[in-house]
Design a protein. Structure first.
Length: 54
């Protein structure tokens, strides 16, 4: 998940540096937010198997 976040930040930085429109920068942020939320949902709903048995 960290890779997606940092890649999105890099993409937004490149878009700002290349002086793209505000819509492009916000689009990058929106895509990264959705991808992060989907991945977080996948990890939260998966079983962790934390049962302790001695």
């Amino acid at each position: 998940m960290d890779t997606i976040i940092f890649a999105g930040l890099l993409g937004a930085l490149v878009a700002i540096w290349q002086e793209r429109s505000r819509a492009v920068v916000l689009g990058v942020w929106a895509v990264v937010t959705v991808l992060t939320a989907v991945l977080l949902n996948h990890h939260i709903t998966s079983s962790l198997g934390l049962g302790l048995s001695y």
